[in-house]
Design a protein around this ligand. Structure first.
Ligand code: F6P
Length: 325
């Protein structure tokens, strides 16, 4: 691989608030460091199909405060195939793009890892996902905004729960990770969180109901991590059957959790890792994800960022348990 002259940037997977701030940071920092920048639209699909545009500083003006992604995004099936990745590499050659910056979550960075193993192209990942499930960074871009959105929603649901003396099961996103559920439960003063990381021990519903009954609370909010089989509806049905004296409702927050203007924290995180991505290329690094740990920019091999499981701090479980008495 020769000298880097032109950097391509794309967003991939689920959109996350702060992705635009990251695109802006990458673009402006690249230009400051003497690189050309090309925006690639619609994630890896756009890379395969050649949807590429030269970016100037003006192309990223007035976007730091906006949700979604100006580059659009996709979950590309074609990029999962060797033939798709070959086409993607041909686009890079045709467009004279020498390095690729991928802003996305687990699946998107896994795609970058495989691509970088097959082709001689430096790939830098930026952690862009509301799920906060990437190893090696304390937070991912979008997570803080979503956490705040969920907290505001649960505050509203609390009014009805209290007034009607109901149990609410509120289902939140997170894919296989409970960061959003556990921390929104703490922030909103919920009575419990049911998360995948805590599912190995006793039945979480029975544990909660028995504590809840002992406390003789009349209304409760339980935050449940999404799950194909054991989501909020599953638990509500069980309470209806096993504890028929309670008035139970379900609220599935859905995609409203992914929208909206990013918080200051997400904008700053996105700006720092965006600048960090260009710094990584200047230093000659490749195939790393840029994260922030203990307030310092870190470079994590992409293989670890996607391959290692990020643990949930067990103290968070204790905090919620003790504060919900
Ligand atoms: O990874 C982000 C995320 O919002 C997950 O929390 C959720 O499981 C998934 O994406 C939903 O994806 P889609 O928007 O494709 O339904």
């Amino acid at each position: 691989m020769g000298k880097i002259r032109c950097v391509g940037v794309l967003t991939s997977g689920g959109d996350a608030p702060g992705m635009n701030a990251a695109i802006r940071a990458v673009t402006r920092s690249a230009i400051c460091n003497g690189f050309k920048v090309k925006g690639i639209y619609r994630g890896y699909d756009g890379l395969i199909n050649g949807e590429v545009k030269r970016f100037t500083t003006e192309d990223v003006s007035n976007i730091i405060q906006t949700g979604g992604t100006i580059l659009r995004t996709a979950r590309s099936k074609e990029f999962e195939t060797a033939a798709g990745r070959k086409k993607a590499f041909e686009t890079l050659k045709r467009e004279a793009i020498d390095a690729l910056i991928v802003i996305g979550g687990n699946g998107s960075l896994t795609g970058a890892r495989i691509f970088a193993e097959e082709y001689d192209i430096p790939c830098i990942g930026l952690p862009g996902t509301i799920d906060n499930d990437l190893f090696g960074t304390d937070n991912t871009i979008g997570y803080d905004t979503t956490l705040n959105t969920i907290t505001q929603c649960v505050d509203k649901i609390r009014d009805t729960a209290t007034s009607h003396e109901r149990i609410f099961f509120v289902e939140v996103m997170g894919r296989d990770a409970g960061f959003l559920a556990q921390n929104s439960a703490i922030a909103a003063g919920a009575e419990a969180a049911i998360i995948p990381e805590d599912s190995t021990g006793s039945d979480q519903l029975i544990k909660f109901m028995e504590r809840g009954i002992r406390k003789s609370k009349k209304s409760c909010i339980v935050i449940v991590s999404e799950s194909p089989k054991c989501g909020a509806i599953y638990y509500a049905n069980r309470v209806n059957k096993e504890y028929p004296n309670f008035d139970v409702r379900v609220s599935i927050l859905g995609h409203l959790q992914r929208g909206g203007s990013p918080t200051a924290r997400d904008r700053i995180l996105a700006s720092r890792v965006g600048v960090g991505a260009i710094e990584a290329l200047v230093q000659g690094q490749r195939n790393v994800m840029v994260g922030i740990r203990n307030n310092e920019v870190v470079y994590v091999p992409i293989v670890d960022a996607v391959g290692k499981r990020k643990p949930i701090d067990k103290q968070l479980i204790k905090v919620l348990d003790e504060l919900s008495i």
